[in-house]
Design a protein around this ligand. Structure first.
Ligand code: 5AD
Ligand code: SF4
Length: 463
């Protein structure tokens, strides 16, 4: 096919690592279908947005983008909305943005080739008349791939187009069955479905053969992993799968996210202790330190149970870093509840906290809860929490000064003449190196820590 006649696409991704990885699979699918990826909207025949609806702000981004580029529709370009907003809003997207041709949720990506063929067969969009009163008269092509919670297949393809040659994601479980009261994910990503451990391990081995050294296992809730095939005795638990990936020759680091405290077993900590390639890091979202709020959130654990898991992690032989997610201003959260969250931060001494103002989401039970917290109060609590955590990291990160840590070289900051590395604990370690000893991207090098900030460390390459 001559280069300039090739179909082109532009894809922008919003949201979490799951979305980033879904996009890698979507890109792989499009390349396989003969499309070429372009970096500017103006150069593309097909413009895709892989969207996030975890909070309202994220959801609004896609509608802003669609409005910004609406005028390109007159040039025959087609627009597609993928991901969580697509699944959540469905055909309503066509009403709000009539120039959209494709609305496809993540559980339908395996049907993308047929959907793309339909879009291509629909001919030039320039023949469309957006001012006509009825969709038929407007000659609009409208294709939807929307699955309900009955979807039971994973999106497994061989042509994932990974964006980084050294570290990459592997999905082990899709969907979520937890139904936390605030969360839209069970509605946008469908029910839990695990891939077979054989298929996960085959993908990990293939990545190792291609030169990948770091693998991150992904799932909305990796601890719910259930190996769906094989004899009951040969099925792997999540901890066994983690260890098996870590034992693949060539793999130097394995990470996993996200863990749900309810299903987080001690066997995961034992695996981290036993297998050196498993990274010293657990992300264990707590959401609140108050039992009352945890109950209202339907998180299925108490503060005490959560702290028990933290004590397992802290009693490991290795120094495992712990990070978390917190929501402030959940309906009914009192000042005393919030104080309990702050005291939990003190008790755990987290290495990192991602904190969010509660955002009401469609379909979720919390939407109907009384006693909403005013936005200004949510903002105040968020600020208090973030300031506290910053202070805490400011002092706790100091303990690394003087130690030598191994980092994977991830980037270069030319302005500061520094290299950017990541430690096993998932901390950013910016470091300098003599020009003659410049490290290569993706390699692992020892760095001596000479300074610390609330969110990163500073060091020098050990030569
Ligand atoms: N409002 C605010 N934060 C939310 N999260 C999930 N749903 C909401 C919501 N409705 C946060 C949780 C979750 C993280 C990925 O996003 O903390 O762990
Ligand atoms: Fe959402 Fe809860 Fe499922 Fe996480 S476990 S995706 S917060 S419903």
């Amino acid at each position: 096919m001559p280069g300039d006649a090739q179909k082109t696409f532009y894809l922008e991704t919003f949201g979490c690592q799951m979305n980033v990885h879904d996009s890698e699979k979507v890109i792989g699918t499009l390349l396989h279908e003969g499309y070429r990826r372009v970096e500017a909207v103006e150069q593309a025949d097909l413009i895709l947005y892989n969207t996030c609806s975890i909070r309202d702000k994220a959801e609004q981004k896609v509608f802003h983008r669609l409005a910004d580029f609406k005028k390109l529709q007159a040039q025959g370009k087609k627009f597609g909305v993928l991901g969580c907003v697509a699944q959540q809003e469905g055909e309503k997207i066509f009403e709000r943005a009539p120039h959209v041709s494709l609305v496809c949720g993540s559980a339908s990506y395996r049907n993308l080739p047929q959907m793309l063929a339909q879009i291509e067969a629909s001919g030039a969009a320039a023949t469309q008349n957006l001012d006509a009163p009825k969709p038929e008269a407007r000659n609009l092509i409208r294709i939807t791939g929307l699955d309900d919670r009955e979807t039971d297949k994973c999106f497994e393809i061989e042509f994932t187009a990974r964006s980084n040659p050294h570290r990459g994601y592997i999905t082990i479980i899709e969907g979520c069955d937890k139904f936390c009261a605030y969360c839209v994910v069970p509605f946008t990503r469908g029910k839990e479905r695990s891939r077979t451990s054989d298929s996960v391990l085959a993908e990990a081995r293939q990545m190792a053969d291609l030169g990948y050294t770091e693998i991150q296992l992904l799932g909305q809730n990796v601890n719910s992993y259930r190996d769906p095939a094989g004899k009951p005795t040969s099925r792997k638990s999540f901890a066994q799968l983690l260890a098996a990936v870590g034992e693949i020759p060539g793999i130097k680091r394995v990470r996993f996210t996200t863990s749900h405290p309810r299903d987080f077993g001690r066997d995961i900590v034992e695996a981290i202790d036993a297998v050196p390639t498993l990274c010293d890091h657990v992300h264990l979202p707590v959401q609140s330190g108050s039992d009352r709020v945890l109950h209202a959130m339907q998180r299925l654990y108490t503060r005490e149970q959560y702290l028990e898991r933290i004590s397992w992690i802290k009693s490991a032989k290795r120094d495992i870093s712990i990070t978390t997610d917190v929501i402030v201003g959940f309906p009914g959260e009192t000042e005393a509840d919030f104080a309990e969250t702050l005291s939990l931060l003190d008790q755990v001494d987290y290495d990192g906290v991602f904190s969010f103002k509660y955002s009401p989401r469609p379909n979720t039970p919390a939407l109907r809860f009384e006693d909403p917290i005013p936005d200004a109060e949510k903002a105040r609590r968020l600020e208090v929490l973030m300031a506290k955590q910053k202070d805490s990291q400011m002092s706790s990160y100091k303990k690394y000064i003087g130690s030598t840590l191994e980092v994977m070289v991830e980037g270069r900051n030319e302005a500061r003449s520094q290299w950017v590395g990541r430690t096993s604990q998932n901390k950013t370690l910016n470091f300098s190196a003599p020009e003659e000893a410049s490290p290569k991207m993706g390699t692992y090098v020892p760095v001596r820590v000479i300074g610390s900030f609330p969110n990163s460390l500073l060091g020098e390459l050990v030569v």
